[in-house]
Design a protein around this ligand. Structure first.
Ligand SMILES: Cc1ncc(COP(=O)(O)O)c(C=O)c1O
Length: 392
C-alpha cells in the first residue's frame, strides 16, 4: 500500500486560495459597493459565457437556486398541472421546494449506474401520471442518462429542471451539464468546484423564466429587470410613477447574494478549469480501480465526470460498516450519498409520492462517499482505494 503523509483526507477542502483572499482584500480597500451590484452582474455574465448559457441569476445558495427554479416554473404558467417527478436519490433541497410550493411530487427510483433518474421508471411514471415537470439531479457530479431523459422530454413535453449543484464542469457528450434542462442550478458552497463561501446560480435560456427569477430573487419588485421590461410591467399594472420602484409583481423572497461574494466568485472562476481537471483525473482513477476490482460504483460511459466525491456501493450494510471503520482508522472521511432513498427520510410526507425504490434502498443501505477535491493527488486517491478495496 502506498503511504502518503496527509493527516486527514477530508471529503471537502477549501478552494478559496490565499491569492483569492489577497485579491478580495485589495478590492475591499478601494471602498467598493458591497451588496448586490455591478460585480454580481459581471459574475453572472462571466459564468454565463463559461457554461455557456444565456441567463444566469446569482443567489445566496444552491438551495435558494432550487427554490427559485421551482417557483419560477410554477409562476410562469408553463406547466399544465402541479405533478412533478423527483428523484429518490437526491439532496433534500433538490426536492423540498416541491412540498413547500404545493406541487404533487412523484418519486422515481434511481438508475443503478448513474444513480440519477431511472429512464425506464421515469417513462412509466410519465405515462401513469401525466406529470408536467421533472427534476433531474446529477448525483455527486455524475451526469444522468441524458440521451434517454431528453428523448422522453421530446415525447412527453415536460419541463425539465436540472439540479447541477454538485456537477460544475461535468460534461455529457462534450456538453457541460446545467445546459440540458429548461432551467438549471449550481451551488458555490464551501468545498464545491467553485466557492463564493455560500452561493448558487440559476441558469436558463428562457427570457420569461429569467424575468421572473430576477423579480422573485428580490422581494418581487422589478428593479433588476432590463428597463424596457420593467416599463412593460409598470404600464401593464398601472403603477403610479412615485410608487413604481416599490411595486411588487410576484410574492417574492430575498435570496440575493452580494458583490463581496461575486468578487470571490470572479477569482474562483479564473481558476476553475484547473480544479476541474484535477477532479476529473481523480474520479477516473477511482472508477478504474473500483471497476477492476468488481466493486459497484457510479458510472456513465458518455460523460466526462467532474465529481464532488466518489460514490461506492458496498456488498451489504455490514460490509459498509467494515469499510467505514477502515476509513476512520486511516482518517479518511466518508458519509452517506445524499438522502440515500428520499422516502426513508423523516421530512418526506408519509402519504403520496412514495415508491418502492429498489436501487435507492441499495444506495441508502450500502452507499458511501470518498473524497475527491483538488488538494488530493493521484497517490492520495490510490491510497484511499487501497484502503477500501482491501476490506473483505
Ligand atoms: C444536488 C444538490 N442540490 C442542492 C444542493 C444545495 O446547495 P447549497 O449547499 O449551496 O444550498 C447541494 C449541496 O451540495 C447538492 O449536492
Amino acid at each position: 500500500m502506498k503511504s502518503t503523509m496527509k493527516e486527514k483526507y477530508l471529503l471537502a477542502d477549501e478552494t478559496i486560495s490565499k491569492q483569492n483572499i489577497d485579491e478580495l482584500i485589495a478590492w475591499l480597500k478601494t471602498g467598493p459597493w458591497l451588496t448586490q451590484g455591478a460585480l454580481v452582474r459581471e459574475f453572472e455574465r462571466r459564468w454565463g459565457e463559461w457554461l455557456p448559457v444565456k441567463h444566469s441569476v446569482f443567489v445566496n445558495s444552491g438551495s435558494s437556486a432550487n427554490l427559485l427554479m421551482y417557483d419560477s416554473v410554477r409562476l410562469s404558467g408553463k406547466i399544465k398541472n402541479k405533478k412533478v417527478i423527483v428523484p429518490a436519490v437526491c439532496w433534500p433541497t433538490s426536492v423540498a421546494p416541491a412540498i413547500q410550493l404545493g406541487f404533487e411530487p412523484i418519486v422515481c427510483d434511481a438508475d443503478p449506474d448513474t444513480l440519477a433518474l431511472d429512464p425506464e421508471e421515469l417513462e412509466r411514471l410519465l405515462r401513469q401520471t401525466g406529470a408536467a415537470a421533472v427534476v433531474m439531479v446529477h448525483i455527486l457530479g455524475v451526469p444522468a442518462n441524458l440521451d434517454a431523459i431528453l428523448k422522453l422530454k421530446k415525447k412527453f413535453g415536460f419541463i425539465l429542471m436540472e439540479d447541477s449543484c454538485a456537477a460544475t464542469g461535468s460534461e455529457y457528450d462534450s456538453r457541460r451539464v446545467g445546459t440540458f434542462g429548461d432551467i438549471s442550478t449550481f451551488s458555490f458552497f464551501y468545498g464545491h468546484h467553485l466557492s463564493t463561501i455560500e452561493g448558487g446560480m440559476v441558469c436558463t435560456v428562457d427570457d420569461e423564466l429569467h424575468d421572473i427569477l430576477l423579480q422573485i430573487r428580490s422581494h418581487g419588485w422589478a428593479k433588476d429587470l432590463p428597463p424596457d421590461t420593467e416599463a412593460g410591467q409598470a404600464n401593464a399594472h398601472h403603477a403610479m410613477e412615485f410608487n413604481r420602484p416599490f411595486t411588487f409583481y410576484y410574492p417574492g423572497y430575498n435570496v440575493r447574494s452580494a458583490d463581496l461574494n461575486a468578487r470571490i466568485g470572479l477569482s474562483q472562476l479564473a481558476g476553475v478549469d484547473t480544479v476541474i481537471r484535477r477532479r476529473i483525473e481523480n474520479h477516473a482513477i477511482y472508477q478504474s480501480r473500483f471497476q477492476d476490482a468488481g466493486f459497484d460504483c457510479q458510472k456513465n460511459p458518455k460523460a466526462s465526470i467532474c465529481s464532488i466525491a466518489f460514490a461506492g456501493l458496498a456488498k451489504n450494510s455490514a460490509h459498509r460498516d467494515r469499510i467505514a471503520v477502515a476509513l476512520r482508522d486511516k482518517h479518511i472521511e466518508t458519509r452517506p450519498i445524499g438522502v440515500g432513498n428520499l422516502v426513508r427520510q423523516p421530512f418526506w410526507p408519509k402519504t403520496g409520492g412514495r415508491v418502492e425504490g429498489k436501487v435507492a434502498d441499495r444506495v441508502y443501505e450500502t452507499g458511501f462517499q470518498l473524497p475527491n477535491h483538488p488538494k488530493l493527488s493521484p497517490d492520495d486517491i490510490h491510497y484511499i482505494c487501497d484502503t477500501v478495496l482491501e476490506v473483505e
